[in-house]
Write a protein that binds this ligand. Structure first.
Ligand code: NI
Length: 176
């Protein structure tokens, strides 16, 4: 298992469209395991493969808060959406930014598990919102794209500030 580095906005690799997974092999199993470990290490609730530089249609999430409910969606497709609501989102690839946007709070999804088995399920609330957010990543979209231009510019500035703060913290550690 390995904790993978997460790409940060505005890295152009976050804009790639991810390819469907066709081989459900040991390589995919390792990717799923690494994505989950990375998710738990960073304290996030959802993560997509392209955020780690692998443009493949793989999403993991766990909203339990104690690593007890790992969910894996390979090649996910949304079949139906309902009950739009205003939700607050953030993203491991856009540090320091929180935005409000409209998402469906109920979705029906079809996907495959890590062994290639197809399944369908209904997701509600944060599970539904999180899946849509992660599926945007598979299309090369970020939640900040859904904000107004002004809020997008503020988000960009906040991300740059967060990046500079992280770099200077690393610099200080390096110097000590
Ligand atoms: Ni994200």
């Amino acid at each position: 298992m390995a904790c993978l580095p997460i790409l940060e906005y505005p890295d152009p690799r976050l804009r790639l469209r991810s390819a469907p997974v066709v081989a459900f092999d040991a390589d995919l199993a390792r990717l799923v395991t690494d994505l989950l470990e990375t998710l738990y290490t960073t304290g996030g609730i959802g993560l997509s493969a392209p955020q780690t530089g692998q443009a493949r249609q793989v999403v993991v999430m766990d909203l339990s808060g104690n690593a007890s409910d790992p969910r894996v969606f390979v090649n996910p497709e949304i079949l139906a959406t309902a009950v739009p609501g205003l939700v607050e989102e953030s993203c491991l690839s856009v540090p320091g930014v929180v935005g409000n946007l409209i998402r469906a709070t109920r979705v029906r999804v079809r996907a495959q598990d890590r062994s290639g088995e197809s399944f369908e399920c209904e997701l509600e609330g944060m599970h539904a919102v999180c899946l849509q957010h992660e599926m945007d990543h598979l299309e090369g979209k970020l939640f900040v794209d859904r904000l107004s231009l002004l809020r997008r510019l503020r988000a960009r500035a906040a991300a740059a500030r967060a990046r500079r703060a992280a770099e200077s913290a690393r610099g200080r550690q390096g110097a000590a």
